[in-house]
Design a protein around this ligand. Sequence first.
Ligand SMILES: [Zn+2]
Length: 305
Amino acid sequence: MAVATYKPSGKMGWLGWVLGLEVGALVAIGLAYYYIAIRGNGRGPIVSIAMALFIGAAIGCVVGVLTRLGKSRSQLITGIIAVVCGVVALGAGFYFDYVSFGDWLAREAAREGGSVDEFRKVWTFPAYLKVRVEGGWQYGPSLADLEFSGAVVYLFWAIEAALFLLPAFFISRLFVRRSFCEACNCWTVEKPLGRVPGVQIASLIAGRESGSLTNLLDPEASRGGHQSIEYFLHYCPACNDTKFLSIGMPKGGLIKHEWVVRYATVTDADLELLEQSMAERKASVRNVLAMAGRNKPRLPGNNPI
Ligand SMILES: [Zn+2]
């Protein structure tokens, strides 16, 4: 049996619902307003795609932070709230486009001597959709050939929806992917415990799968291996009972660690064993260094030929 790990309860406080849905939706509406204002200036498809992705990601971050404040222990619920806010943004975007497109057409009607009141009467939301689908739209003066209408407009809307909703869903979840103390109703705090070089990752994975904590706390050294691992403790700041341990392989770039073990349940005795094993390793590293110091390596140039 694999080592016991933290299992999220799937619960969320009422504040999470209020903040996530209501504040999240308000922010989504505000973002949609700027999206339509900027997209409406005919800046080309690349700007539109980048903006849609940005708005999707921004909704994901906002909902993630809000539901984390609201103690969401469900990545799925957080993701669904972000998608709901994304749908609100899409709907608001359609509404803002309907209004601004209508204003533009009304001005055109007035310029040609038509009646603005008459135009307003026929400019309903279904009429707007019909005009959008039949007329389509074209992108910028430099990309005049990129013009579409009919079924392609639905495809465009589908892509736009995906650009809003997918980043919102996946990014929001990252904010609540951490351990929680159900007894004290609070998030755990992360504390780095240190790095151990030259470890056999295969034996760590075997330990994780067979449920042997000892294997994880005092990992086998790898002969000539350079893979180092880093330990993290996640503890409840209120009580002294809830403790989890993560072990990661440090990586460069955006993803800082590849996790070998995430949130394994540990006790104080387990942590003592880890501390001991780390101290022993440090001592042995010091011995090796001392030996190296005694037998000074010959530097190039000092080599007797
Ligand atoms: Zn606690």
